[in-house]
Design a protein around this ligand. Structure first.
Ligand SMILES: Cc1ncc(COP(=O)(O)O)c(C=O)c1O
Length: 381
């Protein structure tokens, strides 16, 4: 068996419904902002897609702001809320220590260039944010906080965060959640959660790359990052990418993600790993997690080496963390959960999706002992 894809948290294969919808609309002519019949036809298809997505997300259609990625949605939210808050004398940005770089980096940018004070929420050993820390922070410095941003679930460990509790603690402070990994994988409703804003990305749910959305409460206004034609409530100018938006909605509507089956597959995988490699550690094992993501530390190995050995065995997985100039950095998520630099750099992320099978899972389990043995041998020289 070759070419097993266990990196669905990085990106997912496009579902047929999305590919068909996208190809069909790529052949249609018309700028959705044009008033003639071509433009109106594109606008109609686009607004229908917005309605479908709104139903899937549990928000109003008018609350969806389309963007080019989850990264862009996060940037618009964090910077926009900060600037809106700063105009009222609030300069504190609160983010969890385990956010994706698409939140952490704009937060650090706001600190370096816009005088923001950034406070990172610590997490427990299982990777769940420390709510008591947040409660203390809000009770002592709440009037200074412009925005609180906590991801709905973590992309490296799959650990689901207590967002409803964050909203309750935050009171009047705007709460943004990066739900890029959660959408269509675990129950998610914008209105039920009560957050002020939420980020999504199409390519994590079987939609195309390069399209995302910021869901922003109708009554909330934030300054824009991208100025121009005034599309999307003047928050995100730019001609709307109609084919991708239509495909995004088609993917959301036709999602075949079977949470129970994927959870079983994941648990079968974890059992297999722990019986073959008894000193392996599953990160976030005791927390509530997404069905499809498993992050495992294999002591006395180097993630880079394991990744290459897995790849040559025909398995695509991930270290879960960023590479900088070809060098794999220790994961900030695992470090925040109490790992050392060494153990954080001995970890792999396997992420299952709608196309994953038991046969694939068993194949990976069959090659794993040899990969780990070779990884350990390489690490000891
Ligand atoms: C939690 C999380 N947020 C944001 C992003 C960025 O999304 P995009 O690839 O659409 O920019 C990712 C992608 O891996 C992610 O996992």
């Amino acid at each position: 068996m070759s070419s097993i894809y266990l990196d669905h948290a990085a990106t997912t294969p496009m579902v047929d419904a999305a590919t068909v919808a996208m190809l069909q609309h790529m052949g249609e002519l018309g700028n959705p902002s044009s008033l003639h019949s071509h433009g109106r036809a594109t606008r109609k298809a686009l607004e229908d897609a917005r309605e479908i997505l709104a139903q899937e997300v549990g928000c109003l259609a008018s609350e969806i702001i389309f963007t080019a990625s989850g990264t862009e949605a996060n940037n618009i939210a964090l910077k926009g809320f900060y600037w809106a808050g700063r105009a009222q004398g609030k300069n504190v940005v609160v983010v969890s220590a385990i956010e994706h770089h698409a939140i952490l980096d704009p937060a650090h940018w706001l600190h370096a260039h816009e005088s923001a004070e950034v406070i990172e929420l610590p997490v427990t050993i299982d990777g769940v944010i420390d709510l008591d820390f947040l409660k203390d922070l809000v009770s002592t410095r709440g009037s200074e906080i412009a925005v609180i941003s906590v991801m709905h679930s973590n992309n490296e460990t799959g650990v689901i965060q207590p967002i409803a509790e964050v909203v309750a603690v935050a009171g009047q402070i705007p709460v943004h959640t990066d739900a890029v990994q959660s959408f269509k994988k675990t129950p998610l409703s914008f209105s039920a959660l009560g957050v002020t804003a939420m980020s999504l990305s199409a390519h994590k749910i079987g939609g195309p790359l390069g399209i995302g959305a910021l869901i922003l409460r109708r009554t909330v206004e934030i300054p824009s990052l991208v100025h121009g034609g005034g599309q999307e409530r003047e928050i995100r100018s730019g001609t709307l990418n109609a084919p991708s938006i239509i495909a995004f909605a088609a993917a959301a509507q036709s999602s075949h993600y079977q949470a129970e089956e994927i959870t079983q597959l994941r648990d079968h995988f974890i059992d297999g790993v722990l019986s073959a490699i008894p000193d392996a550690v599953v990160n976030g094992l005791h927390a509530k997690r997404l069905p499809g993501i498993v992050n495992i530390t294999f002591p006395r190995t180097q993630s880079d080496t394991l990744l290459l050995l897995m790849d040559s065995a025909g398995v695509s997985c991930s270290t879960g963390s960023a590479c900088s100039a070809g060098v794999h950095e220790a994961s900030h998520v695992l470090l925040a959960m109490g790992h050392t630099e060494i153990t954080a750099q001995s970890s792999l992320r396997f992420s299952f999706g709608a196309t994953s099978t038991h046969k694939e899972c068993d194949f990976v389990l069959s090659v794993l002992p040899d990969v780990i043995a070779r990884g350990r041998a390489a690490n000891s020289v």
